[in-house]
Design a protein around this ligand. Structure first.
Ligand SMILES: [Ca+2]
Ligand SMILES: [Ca+2]
Ligand SMILES: [Ca+2]
Length: 337
């Protein structure tokens, strides 16, 4: 235990010491938002921080890059350091409830957050299938089939987008909370807690539509992710519905965004189509229809080992955690039943 705590501390110190690469300076303010050309995600901005790509590669505490078909490491599991962090990392939030808890958590997860820049390092190291096929291929929430063979697989790095015209052309990075909703600003744009490696084409179909429950699908991806009209009468518009396996993952990413960016998110309602899900407040943050949906998805799809591992890897990488992966009960403590 003590050795692992020491290693964690060293990891954070190491990240602090070499964190100069912050990518908030990219010149990619081209005005494009993710609704536009499919290839826009992989414009020049991806390669403008090569130094960041190098500096993380030799961190021994970042979950190492397993080669395909390598079994999951068995010795010090990520769950162990997690349990240490419960007592120390969240100490200042103990005793808080309601929106005061959210504010306390916001301070905690903002304090150590280092912007590592917009690059591929984290995704190629951590968005890997060690859970379903366990083959080390990209774990793509928009093409993974948890109960059967996947429709296609992506090889790390070599299958990065690239241009695409259909599914299975290449993978890029999905901003679960669309970039246009925070004006493509940093550190949100590079915050790995809401970024996921996904098929480029499905990503472009999702566009900046809110996540929601589809009543009847106008389009369905090969793993069953759907595009169509929202089923709830509270929202009249097109939504994107991921498969059940990843609904909770995405809901908890949204609760993270609401908490980490509590001091900014009330001002985002006018950005792009953000008004579809945001209510312009710093406390509730979301419109009721969307809050109810996120809470329902959070219950439907509880925290999995994949999320715990990814949260630990994100902590090692950018220095902060998703509190709702560590403490799922805090969703109700903050936003009510
Ligand atoms: Ca898979
Ligand atoms: Ca599968
Ligand atoms: Ca899940």
């Amino acid at each position: 235990m003590n050795i692992q705590l020491l290693l964690l501390s060293l990891a954070v110190l190491t990240l602090s010491a070499c964190g100069g690469g912050g990518g908030g300076n990219s010149s990619s303010s081209d005005g494009n938002i993710e609704t536009t050309s499919p290839g826009s995600d992989n414009s020049g901005s991806d390669s403008d921080n090569p130094d960041v790509a190098v500096d993380n590669g030799n961190s021994s505490t970042t979950p190492s890059q397993p080669t395909p078909s390598q079994p999951k490491p068995s010795e010090p599991t990520p769950a162990e350091p997690d349990s240490i962090n419960q007592a120390t990392y969240y100490a200042d939030a103990i005793g808080e409830t309601g929106y005061s808890l959210k504010t306390a958590l916001s301070r905690i997860i903002s304090l150590g957050h280092i912007d590592r820049g917009y690059n591929w390092v984290f995704f190629n190291a951590n968005d890997r299938d060690l859970y379903f096929e366990n083959d080390g291929s990209i774990l793509d929430i928009y093409s993974e089939n948890p109960t059967a063979a996947d429709p296609y697989h992506y090889v790390i790095a070599s299958d990065q987008c690239g241009n695409f015209n259909s599914e299975n052309d290449c993978y890029n990075r999905e901003h679960a909370f669309p970039q246009s909703w925070f004006d493509r600003d940093y550190p949100m744009r590079s915050d790995v807690h809401h970024l996921f490696a996904t098929d480029g084409f499905v990503n472009s179909r999702r566009s900046n539509h809110p996540y929601g429950n589809v009543s009847s699908a106008s389009w369905t991806s090969r793993n069953g992710s759907k595009l169509g009209n929202e089923a709830s009468a509270q929202f009249n518009g097109t939504v994107f519905e991921p498969i059940d396996e990843f609904k909770g993952d995405l809901a908890r990413a949204y609760f993270y965004i609401a908490t980490r960016y509590e001091n900014r998110i009330a001002n985002w309602q006018g950005n792009g189509t953000a008004d579809n899900v945001l209510n312009g407040t710093a406390n509730q943050v979301f419109d009721s229809w969307h809050l109810n949906l996120l809470k329902a998805w959070h219950q439907l799809d509880p925290v999995s080992q994949k999320e715990r591992d990814r949260n630990q890897a994100a902590f090692a990488y950018q220095g902060n955690r998703n509190p709702f992966v560590d403490n799922p009960q805090w969703v109700n403590v903050i936003w009510g039943q």
